[in-house]
Design a binder for this molecule. Structure first.
Ligand code: IFM
Length: 475
């Protein structure tokens, strides 16, 4: 019998971890930072589990040096983080606050000194509250405010950060924020959510040109989409049409204008009763369609859908929190089914083939565009053993299976350049509070002490060697 072999990744492949500002930084009132929509939302009764907030989070603002040292010790060669907009530009307008920028400059310098490539996300959901008070993402002006903020950060950090991501998961901002209301700002207005989606797209496009003007040409700009793999329950034409509708709302609404310069006509048709799309002004699609240097994909689980037999869907098993309001505008007659298979603590079915399918889809739709998996990971109910160690074999199995599919896609022609595990450490999981642990590093929330789980050591070894060990050697 042949010896089991390791599976090597291409030289220079980035093995990183990802976080976002509100989920880890804390220090919400320091150095001139003002509230974002997530501060307001999490401080509103009944919006987050147990009323938990990101006030302290995991105190990364004060512990960033130790966190970077830990990443280096583990062996990671890349780190994706986000900049808190209200820390840098508190009201969402006007000049930058130097102390806010200085924090990110110190963080980036620390990363570079340890050989870890920074990947900076400009918007991971923390809109300055003042901009929401002025109308938020459904308002066109927010897109222009975002481009101005992008320029400020580009000017300050463009000399040392080469990888830039404009917006993280605009789907969540638009549809969880403005349609189902399970995310900040908690509005439940389907028409507004579609306007928000367009203005997030426009903000991205305007930010791309602001960044290109402000930064050295070598820097690379991307966007991170939580593109869904949408599967029909059957080949029945009604189920295929349902899958198409959800695919338009999950994917087409973003990669249509971003990659092809137009919204899918089927999306415009299906949402006609909610909106006439008249806020898509001349030139917007050209702005949004600005060439990208890479595409970021965040993948967790596929969606399985069918048409409702009586035309009315029951409760949605779409994994996006519970709300009486759907995050799928104009698709109330689509049923979401639980995909069979093992699930993570989020209730999300584990299906690594979805990641392969997604990578191959983008390889077909955007040939030659480098792809980065900017998030992938799993929440488990991790607990320290009596000896203080945290063993998480399920997470190792999850990572192994997904990284194998990444390698499989590379072998089949996908230009994948990097993979970022979500998340570096346990943190504030939005409406779920601190109850869902996605970290490779365990955080004791009473002491804020960090303990690498066995998956962190395992993943560090993958990063160090650039290869996946044989499956049997994974735990
Ligand atoms: O924690 C989030 C992250 O902020 C965005 N993508 C999904 C993760 C897990 O839910």
């Amino acid at each position: 019998m042949p010896e089991p072999t390791t599976v090597a990744f291409p030289p220079g492949f980035l093995f990183g971890a990802a976080t976002s500002a509100y989920q880890i930084e804390g220090a919400v009132r320091e150095d001139g930072r003002t509230p974002s929509i997530w501060d307001t939302f999490s401080h509103t009764p009944d919006r987050t589990a147990g009323g938990e907030t990101g006030d302290i989070a995991v105190d990364h603002y004060h512990r960033y040096r130790d966190d970077v040292a830990l990443m280096a010790e583990l062996g990671l060669n890349a780190y994706r983080f986000s900049v808190s907009w209200p820390r840098v530009q508190p009201t969402g307008r006007g000049p930058a606050v130097q102390r806010g920028l200085d924090f990110y400059r110190r963080l980036v310098d620390e990363l570079l000194a340890r050989g870890i490539a920074p990947a900076l996300t400009l918007y991971h959901w923390d809109l300055p509250q003042e901009l929401e008070d002025a109308g938020g993402w459904p308002e066109r002006d927010t897109a222009f405010r975002f481009a101005e903020y992008a320029q400020l950060v580009g000017e300050a950090l463009g000399d040392r950060v080469e990888q830039w991501i404009t917006v993280n998961e605009p789907w969540c901002s638009a549809f969880l924020g403005y349609a189902s209301g399970v995310h900040a700002p908690g509005r439940t207005d389907p028409a507004a959510s579609l306007r928000a989606a367009h203005h997030l797209n426009l903000g991205h496009g305007l930010a791309v040109s602001a960044l290109r003007a402000a930064m050295p040409a070598r820097n690379r700009i991307a966007i991170s989409l939580n593109s869904s793999v949408v599967r029909p329950l059957s080949q029945d034409p009604a189920d295929l049409a349902a899958a198409r509708r959800i695919d338009d709302l999950a994917n087409g609404v973003f990669h249509g204008p971003l990659l092809h310069g137009e919204y899918p006509s089927s999306l415009l048709e299906a949402t006609r009763s909610l909106t006439d799309w008249s806020y898509v002004l001349d030139g917007d699609l050209r702005t949004i369609n600005a060439p990208l240097d890479a595409l970021g994909l965040n993948y967790y689980t596929p969606a399985l859908v069918s048409a409702a037999s009586d035309g009315v869907a029951g409760p949605r098993a779409d994994g996006h929190g519970s709300s009486d309001h759907s995050p799928w505008p104009g698709a109330d007659d689509v049923v979401f089914h639980q995909t069979p298979g093992d699930r993570t603590e989020m209730g999300w079915t584990i299906d690594p083939t979805g990641l392969y399918d997604l990578l191959m889809r983008y390889t077909r739709e955007a040939p030659g565009l480098p792809l980065h998996i900017t998030e992938n990971g799993a929440a488990y109910d991790d607990k320290p053993d009596p000896d203080g160690r945290v063993h998480d074999p399920e997470r190792i199995a999850y990572l192994h299976a997904h990284l194998s599919e990444v390698r499989h896609a590379i072998a089949d022609g996908a230009e994948v350049r990097g993979y970022y595990l979500w998340s570096l450490m346990d943190n504030f999981e939005w409406a779920y509070g601190y109850g869902k642990r996605f970290g490779a590093v365990y955080v004791d929330y009473a002491t804020l002490e960090r303990t690498p789980k066995s998956s962190a050591r395992w993943y560090g070894e993958v990063a160090r060697t650039g290869a996946l060990p044989p499956v049997d050697a994974r735990v």
